[in-house]
Each structure stands twice: as C-alpha cells, then as structure tokens.
Design a protein around this ligand. Structure first.
Ligand code: UT7
Length: 338
C-alpha cells in the first residue's frame, strides 16, 4: 500500500525551471451562485475558494500544458531539442489516446522526447516527478519536462453544487535535469508515494470509459463527471498527507522546524490548515493560491511552486515540503532544497 522511493538519497538531479498557465476566463463564487444553490459565504468558509479559471472550448489540456511548458523551458534556458522525456500528469487528457504528452511533444516540436501520461489524480504531479527522477538518476535521460495539467471544467456536473464549485482549469510545468554538481539547487531530497485502491468509490469519474461507456440510456445521469464523498475524502486527505509529510521529512533527515515553505495540494484551505497545525508548521509557511484557482488537481503543486518562486516567497536554499492527495486514493510527498 505504501511505498517509499528507494532512491531517496540526495540525488544529482534538480528542477532548473518552472512555468504555469491559467486560462483567462475567471468564474467567481458570485457566478456560481447563479448556476446552483450556493453562496460566496458557503464556498469561502468551507473551502477558501473565491474564484477559478475556465479554459475556452478551443483549448484542450495539451494547450494549457504547452503554455506552462514553454515558460518553464524559457526559465530553464533549454530548447525543445534538449527535452528527452515528457511526462504529463492529468485526469483530463485530450483523448484516451494518444497521450496528452504526445500532443505536447507535437506542439513544442520536442522530437527527441519519449512521452507518456500518468494518472494519479491530484497526486499525479508528484508521482510524475518521482518517475522522471528515476530516468534522470539512472542516466538514461538528461533533461525532462514534467507537467501537471487539467481541464477539469470538462468533467464537472454543473448542476451538482457539492462538486462544481470546487474545481478549475490550469497547468504547471517544471524542467528537471541531471546535474554534474553534487548538491544542485532545486534538488529533491526525498519522495514518498502511496495508494489505496480499496477506496476508489469515494472520488471518481465513473463513466465514459470501459467500465461504463456513455450510452443513450445513461447520458442523462452524467456518469462522465466528478463524483466525490467530500467528508470522507477530507478525513483521508488529512491523515495521508500528514503521514506522507512526516515520512518524507524523516527520509530527508529534516524536521518540521527546518521547513521554509509547504507547497500543498490546493483542495481546501481547511485541509491545509489542519496539516500545518498537526505538523507544527506556522500557517505563514504554507503557500496558498486556491482562492484564485480552486482545485486544479495535478496542476495545483506545479502552479503553486511557480508562483512561490516568481513572487519571491521561496528563495534558493529554502527547504520545501510538497504534499498531495487525490482520487485512487493516492498520496505523495517530497522534500526539496530550492
Ligand atoms: O483534490 C482531491 C481531494 N479532495 C479533497 O480533499 C476535498 C475534500 N472535501 C472537502 O473539501 C469538503 O468535504 C467539501 C468542501 C467538498 C464539502 O465541505 P463539507 O464541510 O464537508 O460539507 P458537506 O459535504 O458535509 O456538506 C455540508 C452541507 C450539506 O447540507 P446539509 O446536508 O447539511 O443540509 C450540503 O448539501 O453543505 C451543503 N453543501 C453546500 N451548500 C452550499 C454542499 N455543497 C454546497 C455548496 N453551497 N456549494
């Protein structure tokens, strides 16, 4: 059920550039209250979300991903030809196949890359980073593009107030590279991952794939939208994110007192607050942007990392704790030195 990355010792690969892209269209809580029986007061007090971004009908997940990737590549100073691996974490691929990563490859012209997607819901980006590290540490690839990208608006049941107010669209990307330095900036010290497939029912999109194809008979039930048992998911999220954080800190040889910034999955401000409290990290050391974007699943952590970096909230040498939880259930945590 729980697996620790065996190569968690300090490794000579690191994040050398970050980028993010959020669609222009803003949908506020006030806008939501015109669609379903909700209010700004309920959404703000129960989740911390004030608004979210919604992609245009002409934008697929790979378009959001490509925009974020271009910014990360510019920041890293690499060209499309330098990229040897593209991993996209997403639950909203452009199509069942080809992979979204292959569409990103085409849009970037990254002809030297091997490309595939990872499906681990909101933990997807940290899973993808760990997979990329294996390629880089093994020496099989030098430069990787790791992306978390979602067009969750394509999976929302806009008549279900329990879920439709929570999610948004966006993408974040990092360029990871094997380094010749023993301790490069942006290095990952530890990675913890876990899954519990006995709880698949609590958070899922039940229809639209092989288990339940969309038919003329079931289309009205909207099976191809997000279904979530919110309270149960909340409880598991808190427990698993705390456990994973403690494990990632222990493997890295750090304690909560060493943390300069927690970059948590952005699902609910109350979850983040409970985790900070349990870990003993002051709230000002938690990065929060979910008031602007809502829950963008695999995109939350790379978007937050990019914003924290570009805004100066994190600086070189800071110790970061990244932690996520999502459908599956899946969870993951990493400690980094920025
Ligand atoms: O990203 C992957 C992981 N996801 C998460 O970690 C999400 C975890 N869950 C949560 O964040 C919270 O459970 C939610 C934000 C989804 C819901 O908050 P809650 O405090 O757990 O509310 P609840 O589901 O227990 O519902 C409380 C009440 C219900 O009314 P009754 O039955 O008490 O009369 C709901 O019908 O709030 C009602 N409600 C709403 N009212 C106004 C649910 N959604 C809304 C809404 N507006 N949008």
């Amino acid at each position: 059920m729980q697996s620790n990355d065996p190569s968690s010792a300090p490794c000579p690969c690191s994040i050398i550039g970050t980028g993010s892209y959020l669609p222009e269209r803003i949908m506020t809580n006030e806008d939501m209250s015109k669609i379903v029986d909700t209010s700004d007061e309920w959404i703000t007090s129960r989740t911390g979300i004030k608004e979210r971004r919604i992609a245009g009908p002409e934008q697929a997940t790979s378009d959001l991903a490509t925009n974020a990737a271009l910014k990360a590549m510019e920041a890293a100073g690499v060209t499309a030809a330098d990229i040897e691996l593209i991993i996209v974490a997403t639950v909203t691929p452009d199509m069942f196949f080809p992979s979204t990563a292959c569409f990103v490859q085409k849009k970037l012209g990254a002809t030297n890359a091997v490309c595939f997607d990872i499906s681990a819901a909101c933990s997807g980006f940290l899973y993808a980073m760990t997979v990329a590290r294996q390629f880089l540490n093994s020496g099989s690839r030098k430069t990787a593009l790791v992306i978390g990208a979602e067009k969750l608006s394509s999976l929302i049941n806009w008549t279900d107030r329990n879920t439709c107010v929570l999610f948004g669209d966006g993408a974040g990307a990092v360029v990871m590279q094997r380094s010749d330095e023993p301790n490069p900036p942006g290095r990952v010290l530890s990675a913890v991952m876990g899954s519990d497939g006995s709880l698949t029912d609590l958070l899922k999109v039940p229809g639209g794939a092989s288990a339940c194809p969309i038919t003329a008979d079931n289309v009205g039930l909207r099976p191809n939208t997000i279904h979530m048992e919110g309270r149960e998911t909340f409880k598991h999220a808190v427990t698993r994110m705390c456990q994973a954080s403690e494990q990632a800190l222990a493997i890295a040889g750090k304690t909560a007192a060493d943390i300069d910034m927690v970059i948590p999955h952005q699902a609910n401000a109350r979850i983040i607050s409970v985790i900070a409290d349990r870990l003993g990290v002051p709230e000002e050391k938690t990065f929060i942007n979910l008031h602007k974007y809502g829950n963008t699943s695999a995109a939350t952590i790379p978007v937050a990392l990019d914003e924290a970096h570009r805004s100066g909230r994190i600086k070189r040498g800071d110790v970061l704790l990244l932690v996520a939880f999502g459908g599956g259930f899946t969870w993951a945590s990493s400690v980094m030195v920025w």
